[in-house]
Design a protein. Structure first.
Length: 358
């Protein structure tokens, strides 16, 4: 058998089927085969892993009765809306101590602008307090309207239908109450009638009396004294205004004989002067004008005895020529003409009631 020759013509003495020697082309072929085998194994593993994940996902998508039962047991029920019960009010408790809501959540219906009356004015008119004091009561939560606490200033209400309480006590606004100021002229009697036919206060208010109003004057002014005289049909108010224990001040302007020494005479009047019916003194004294042998002085006192101002000034050597009462507490005569009537404002009425603790 012939031996195959190499390209260069020399005989090839290697045996057929013999393994290649280490290194060279043998090593390269082995490396390539190993890498190919590794890539194939990795691809097959990836396919198997993907198939496994798909099975796992499909398995997890299947419903699990046990899990559903547990989730149903943990689910919270849908909350139900509860009906809000109206607050209960007790007239035995002050309004500010009751657990009630403000007008923002209901209660009194607000009236349009121009209708009704402001709440603080209604309270002043009812004699509860002055308007300023009523505003403080509202801010403190002491006032309620139709069962609801009111903190809003300027709320307009219908006093004829609204139920108003202060500190739990019902406030009644009586429309029949009358409060008027009269500038009594000089020479008129401070009586509702006169047996001698002299002009009196009753002549000025005759029409009101004929209409059914029962008026009586608060205190008196002698015939020669002119100025402010209050008339009302509220007996409690009139009594307290006249009683000296409530110390409602009254202001007089007096024209007297002689030039008054402000310091000496004022000191004596403030310390007290002994009169035939007991000592008397003034609260304040001031000389306003001097000239031509006369003086204009201002006297403030809360005494109510008969002719008290005339007697005091006469006791210190300055007899009265003319006497005018200009103020009673918070009410002023102003520029009101003699013989005329003026209905008091609600602020004035509220301050009057406050001055005598009504």
């Amino acid at each position: 058998m012939n031996t195959p020759a190499r390209r260069d013509g020399t005989p090839d003495r290697r045996k057929r089927g013999a393994q290649p020697e280490r290194g060279g082309a043998g090593r390269a072929s082995s490396s390539r085969e190993a890498r190919s085998a590794q890539r194939g194994a990795a691809a097959r593993g990836a396919q198997q892993g993907g198939a496994g994940r798909g099975l796992a996902q499909r398995g997890s998508a299947q419903p699990n009765p046990q899990r559903q039962t547990a989730a149903a047991g943990k689910k919270k029920p849908k909350p139900q809306r509860q009906a809000v019960q109206p607050p209960l009010l007790s007239n035995a408790k002050p309004a500010r101590h009751q657990n009630v809501e403000t007008t923002e959540s209901g209660g009194h219906t607000k009236l349009p602008w121009g209708e009704g009356e402001r709440l603080q004015k209604v309270l002043a008119k009812a004699g509860v307090a002055s308007r300023r004091a009523a505003e403080e009561m509202i801010a403190q939560g002491r006032v309620e309207v139709d069962g609801m606490i009111v903190r809003e200033q300027g709320l307009r209400i219908d006093p004829q239908h609204a139920v108003v309480r202060v500190d739990g006590t019902r406030v009644v606004v009586r429309e029949e109450l009358v409060h008027v100021a009269l500038n009594k002229p000089k020479g008129w009697q401070s009586t509702m009638s006169d047996d001698l036919g002299r002009p009196c206060v009753g002549d000025i208010v005759a029409e009101r009396v004929a209409a059914g109003q029962r008026l009586f004057h608060v205190g008196r002014l002698d015939a020669d004294t002119e100025g402010l005289l209050l008339l009302t049909n509220d007996g409690d108010l009139a009594h307290r205004l006249m009683h000296p224990s409530f110390e409602v001040s009254k202001t007089y302007l007096a024209t007297v004989h002689g030039e008054v020494n402000n310091r000496a005479v004022g000191k004596r009047l403030k310390e007290g002067v002994e009169l035939e019916d007991g000592p008397a003194k003034v609260d304040r004294f001031q000389v306003l004008e001097l000239g031509e042998g006369r003086s204009l002085v201002k006297v403030v006192l809360h005494e109510g005895r008969k002719h008290i101002v005339r007697r005091l000034l006469d006791a210190v050597g300055h007899p009265v020529i003319r006497l005018v009462r200009t103020n009673i507490g918070p009410v002023a005569l102003g520029d009101q003409r003699p013989g005329t009537l003026r209905v008091l404002g609600r602020d004035e009425i509220g301050k009057l009631y406050e001055a005598v603790s009504l």
